[in-house]
Ligand binder design. Structure first.
Ligand SMILES: Cc1cc2nc3c(=O)[nH]c(=O)nc-3n(C[C@H](O)[C@H](O)[C@H](O)COP(=O)(O)OP(=O)(O)OC[C@H]3O[C@@H](n4cnc5c(N)ncnc54)[C@H](O)[C@@H]3O)c2cc1C
Length: 398
């Protein structure tokens, strides 16, 4: 017997769970499936130790989902984005430029949260919504679409028919493949290490991105930990170097951290395990198919620069939610989904290409090119209108 629902969300990562809360709060019947149960404690094996800096525009969709009041007490505001070039002969900071949110408004750029905590709060929120059925431990197995519905078979044998199928099943999306949408992938031979540290110098709500070679080294503010200032770190390097760093004994790793962070926050103490993430950029050929919308990493993947990844995903979600609530009776129809593709694809494409360029610039190892990069940063920063435009573009506001 085939079950019916308004929306089936394939994938319960941060994006899929947030989508389930948002569409649930808007009154739609939602089923969300994921083969893996969400890990909701930092110390548990498999916990996602990345953090997400939600930028200003993401707050609206988190509020609509009933998530903002739950997570707000656990976040750290980001008031200044500091870009440092340490690309000279020695790893000293030779150019330091502060992009200050106060220059473009009263709000901070955004707020930073641990991903495991986002999962914990979102799963708790879903439990409050009787019209949302979250099924951890269940995967999407196969998909068949018709003009009027998407028919999905799950790993437990259940068969569901949905007016809208949302693919939030990550970068290797089964749904995307099943509906025949191709992807373009760019590889960098890079990996990112993600972990948390404490440090003697307070971060002062400043997020710091340090460029030398191999990719950016980014410190993002977290709330104090054990009475000490704390930050999340994303350290991008060429693959073999990242694996070597991940395997170093802690004392040697901390010495490498001090050097790579140019000592800006003092000696950094590692307080979580080190997780390693492959870095690619990827964009699907389109974000819609019959009765199907691609969301988040199923649609696009970017290197973690400027906190764009999940923020683009929440912009996808906001767009889809606006279209769905404007005409709920037309949910999943061709016109709604092609409007979604039209509004999101060009915007996402431009961001993917921009981040690709920034990442390649940050990876440079030849000294003259690193000097050129430093000169560009100086030039762009010193023109106030350009600086303000860059800040607004980074946030996704005009
Ligand atoms: C080091 C690092 C730091 C980052 N920092 C930031 C940041 O500060 N700000 C920001 O905006 N973004 C950031 N990002 C990007 C952000 O983390 C990702 O965009 C986000 O976590 C991806 O979420 P997702 O839900 O799309 O994918 P995933 O987290 O990959 O979730 C996909 C889910 O689909 C499930 N799935 C797979 N197959 C199936 C199936 N057949 N059926 C059902 N479910 C399935 C998986 O089990 C998984 O739970 C960062 C990324 C990295 C690597």
């Amino acid at each position: 017997m085939r079950e019916t629902t308004d929306i089936l969300i394939s994938g319960g990562g941060v994006a899929g769970l947030t989508a389930a809360a948002a569409f649930g709060a808007a009154g739609f019947r939602v089923v969300c499936v994921d083969p893996a149960p969400p890990v909701i404690e930092e110390a548990d094996a498999g916990a996602d130790l990345r953090t997400t800096a939600f930028l200003q525009p993401s707050r609206r969709v988190l509020e609509a989902a009933g998530l903002w009041t739950r997570i707000a007490p656990h976040g750290s505001a980001l008031r200044v984005m500091r870009v440092v070039d340490a690309g000279g002969e020695t790893p000293e900071p030779r150019i330091v430029k502060d992009f200050d949110a106060a220059e473009i408004g009263e709000e901070p750029f955004g707020w930073n949260f641990p991903n495991w905590l986002l999962r914990r709060e979102t799963v708790a929120r879903l439990a409050e919504l009787p019209n949302v059925d979250f099924r951890p431990g269940t995967a999407t197995r196969s998909v068949l679409t018709r003009e009027g519905e998407a028919r999905v078979t799950l790993s437990d044998g259940a068969q569901l028919s949905a007016r809208l199928l949302i693919a939030a099943d990550g970068r290797a999306s089964l749904v995307r493949e099943a509906v025949g949408i191709g992807v373009r992938t760019m590889r960098y031979g890079q990996k990112a290490l993600a972990f948390a540290v404490t440090h003697p110098v307070p971060h002062g709500n400043v997020s710091t991105e340090i460029h030398r070679s191999g990719g950016p080294f980014t410190l993002v503010p977290l709330p104090d930990r054990g009475g000490l200032p704390s930050s999340a770190v994303v350290w991008m390097e060429r693959g073999p170097e990242a694996l070597r760093l991940a395997a170093l004994p802690v004392a040697e790793f901390e010495a490498a951290l001090l050097a790579r962070s140019a000592g800006l926050l003092g000696p950094l103490t590692l307080v979580t395990r080190r997780s390693v993430w492959p870095i690619i950029a990827q964009i699907a050929e389109r974000f819609d198919a019959e009765r199907t919308a691609l969301l988040a990493e199923a649609a696009h993947v970017v290197p973690p620069i400027g906190a764009q990844g999940l923020n683009m995903s929440l912009a996808d979600l906001a767009c889809l939610l606006d279209l769905a609530t404007a005409a709920p009776e037309r949910l999943g129809e061709r016109a709604m989904l092609s409007a979604y593709n039209r509004r999101r694809w060009p915007e996402v494409k431009a961001r993917v290409m921009g981040i690709d360029l920034l990442n390649r610039a940050s990876m440079l190892s030849a000294q003259p090119l690193r000097d050129l990069r430093a000169g560009m940063l100086n030039a762009l920063y010193s023109m106030a209108p350009v600086r303000r435009t860059l800040m607004k573009a980074g946030l996704g506001v005009r």
